[in-house]
Design a protein around this ligand. Sequence first.
Ligand code: NAP
Length: 349
Amino acid sequence: MDRDCVLGTHRVLEPAGALPQSAWRLDNTPVARSNEVLCSVDVLNIDSASFTQIAAHCGGDADAIAAHIRATVDARGKQHNAVTGSGGMFVGQIAAVGAARADRDTLVPGERIASLVSLTLTPLRLDEILAVDIATHRVRVRGSAVLFASSIFARLPADIATDVALSVLDVAGAPAQVRRLAAPGQTVCVIGADGKSGVLACAQAKTRVGPAGRVVGIVPNGDSPGAQLLLAEGYVDRLVVADARDTLAVLAAIPAALPALADLVVNCVNVGGTELASILCARDEGTVYFFSMATSFTAAALGAEGVGKDVTMIVGNGYAKGHADIALQTLRDRPPLLAYFNARYGARP
Ligand SMILES: NC(=O)c1ccc[n+]([C@@H]2O[C@H](COP(=O)([O-])OP(=O)(O)OC[C@H]3O[C@@H](n4cnc5c(N)ncnc54)[C@H](OP(=O)(O)O)[C@@H]3O)[C@@H](O)[C@H]2O)c1
């Protein structure tokens, strides 16, 4: 049997020659072609930068947000935010498995999975939008999606609630990359420390740098539940309350918060305009990891040049080997963090 393209180029409708992520429009026909997996979809987890942009555009109105998402998916065959360029991921069930898939025997229809590739490249069809949860950026739907041979996914864990797993898996790259990049004795600064990826990054960073190291979080609001968790559990040594878009405010806070500038800065915010503050928190020849999807390559590159900072800047690859297991294990190893995620991101009425 002929196999379709491993990367899913057979689903690209326009422009010709594009890959699914960069394509404007995908064929979202709900059938499993030779090496595809067709899934029924229950929940979309819209990535935070995208949801924040859509919510602002729609004046925070849930019905308008639903209509916006519906219009995007109807027009493009995928949930690809044209402003932020980002997507999110889905949870659903395996519905049908293509006849040419090598892993066909291991894929059981009805099994619940979470996609680990972006919705910006996932053929998606929405039959109905049931509810939009503004607090968690989750959208309950009836629909279908297609995974290509190259599309990674995770089976949902039995010991962690589905909604919590979805929230954690969406940002799984952050704790996994921090675990890889941070080293004992180092100083790590996490910007947007009290969001999903931020608290996971802080928890991993604290373990990695050890007692001789230091983790500093920057948050816009020191009273948030995430900020309180970071302090109570010692996932940060110090919390700085500052708007990271206000570069001068961050600059003023640095001498007290980061007397030795950070070896590693992790940007986990969901708004634009924080590139320069991130760069200024890093030591010369340090590393800045831009996990945020609101990052501007131009602002980061020209900003570093403009302040004469020789730093290594890493684009936030959402994938790192073993990232799903590392992210879920970050919760399992830290019961207070798991309790926080259950309370904040667990099933809601
Ligand atoms: N690289 C990837 O593959 C990938 C995958 C998924 C998501 N992302 C991106 O990663 C980022 C974080 O995602 P998330 O799910 O962790 O988001 P989140 O839970 O919404 O957290 C965002 C954090 O940024 C903080 N923040 C907002 N404005 C700020 C400011 N001006 N100064 C300092 N902090 C500020 C927020 O604080 P408040 O809550 O107090 O406003 C919040 O703590 C987003 O840009 C998202 O799109 C990347």
